[in-house]
Design a protein around this ligand. Structure first.
Ligand code: PLP
Length: 397
């Protein structure tokens, strides 16, 4: 990949921070001890894992013993859904609530729970991509055990009213889990003030390595493990720890804690300017998702008349040196189908096919966005049907 390329797909994954690589290197090259071993090599690895646990905990206002390291955000979500709800569900057809635009790593465990006799409610969202507390309130039942609502949607970037939602869940006697994979490191999160019982994270979304995530589980809450074996992670996730990955996650968490406020302020400015320029240069562009309640670096845009061609637009941009996404990277192989996230907003079948997800991050520069703002209008013009472009001609002059 040449440095001239413009990477605007931070919601899919973020480039690893060089400070994270430097922190990880000794734990790949020299510190290869097993943290469960009692000898010096093992003790050194254990110390490194525990230092990282303290950093990850600090980023979200948790205590270190409340952090369970996992192999991904996907695993953290599976552990939360299956580990907090499963036992209870089989026993009494317990009720679990999630929103209809959760990430597949929440929706699929919900489907698995349904096969195990749980009753699942998927909440509707507003046309702006927000889950309203009153909607959750109306869905609560006496036997609702678990509510899982994401902190930020991965396609739209919209931020959910987590504190209000957790209050509704608790008032109804349920536990509250949030998939905060997109939000952690970009918006302030305090699990205790936010009334959160469980929260999922993933290192690679905030400048850390791939293949390491974590689940916060509030002190005193029992969780049924997915992986059983040697009893690592307090018995909540057996497996020899990925020491270098965990150290990298800890360093990414430290950097995010120290720099988040400045990075977020810069991203909001860059993103809003980019949005203004695109709206001026590309006729009939529409913003998808709430204008204000969104992640700092996140834009989700539709282009009238091009909804069916969003993949072609993405590929055209790719050929011109720009990496963006048509929605979620995880569902790129099914991108020709209407997106369930856009469908959840009430979009019709055509509009639900077409969104360009443009996500900025720590390394994004104003100069890159200036270049992108030149490339995008050309790409849209190339693809818009001839009849459409003549219709737009007046607007463009
Ligand atoms: N949850 C959300 C909201 C995500 O955006 C993603 C990844 O795209 C995940 C969970 C899964 O995380 P991981 O890639 O670490 O499995």
């Amino acid at each position: 990949m040449t440095s001239a390329r413009i990477y605007l797909d931070y919601a899919a994954t973020s480039p690893i921070d060089p400070r994270v690589v430097a922190a990880m290197r000794p734990w790949i090259e020299e510190g290869w001890g097993n943290p469960s071993s009692l000898h010096a090599e093992g003790r050194a690895a254990r110390e490194a894992v525990e230092a990282a646990r303290a950093e990850v905990a600090r980023l979200i206002g948790a205590r270190p013993n409340e952090i369970v390291f996992t192999g991904s955000g996907t695993e953290a979500n599976n552990l939360a859904l299956l580990g907090l709800a499963d036992g209870a569900c089989a026993a009494d057809h317990a009720h679990v609530v999630a929103s209809s635009f959760e990430h597949p790593s929440v929706l699929e465990p919900c489907r698995a729970l349904r096969r195990r006799e749980a009753v699942i409610t998927l909440l509707p969202v507003t046309p702006d991509g927000i889950v309203l507390p009153e909607t959750l309130h109306g869905a609560m039942r006496p036997n609702t055990r678990l509510v899982s609502i994401m902190a930020a949607n991965n396609v739209l970037g919209t931020l959910q009213p987590i504190r209000e939602l957790s209050e509704v869940a608790h008032a109804g006697g349920a536990r509250f889990h949030t998939d905060a994979v997109q939000a952690v490191g970009y918006v302030p999160i305090d699990v205790h003030r936010g009334g959160i019982d469980a929260l999922s994270m993933s290192a690679h979304k905030l400048g850390g390595p791939k293949g390491v995530g974590a689940l916060f589980v509030r002190d005193g809450i029992e969780i049924e493990p997915l992986l059983r074996g040697g009893g690592q992670e307090g018995g909540r996730r057996s497996a020899t720890e990925n020491v270098a990955g965990i150290v990298g996650f800890g360093e990414a968490a430290r950097i995010a804690r120290e720099e988040r406020v400045d990075v977020a302020a810069r991203l909001v400015q860059l993103r809003d300017r980019l949005h203004r320029v695109i709206a001026e240069r590309v006729p009939e562009t529409y913003l998808i998702g709430d204008r204000y309640r969104r992640l700092p670096g996140h834009l989700c845009l539709g282009f009238s008349g091009l909804e069916n061609d969003t993949i072609r637009l993405m590929l055209e941009l790719d050929a011109a040196g720009v990496a963006v996404s048509t929605g979620s990277a995880c569902s790129a192989h099914t991108a020709a189908e209407p997106s369930y996230v856009l469908t959840a907003l009430g979009f019709d079948q055509l509009r639900a096919r077409g969104a360009l997800r443009i996500t900025l991050g720590r390394r994004t520069t104003a100069e890159e966005l200036d270049r992108f703002a030149e490339i995008l209008p050309r790409a849209v013009k190339t693809l818009r049907p001839v009849a459409k472009s003549s219709h737009f001609a007046g607007v463009q002059q």
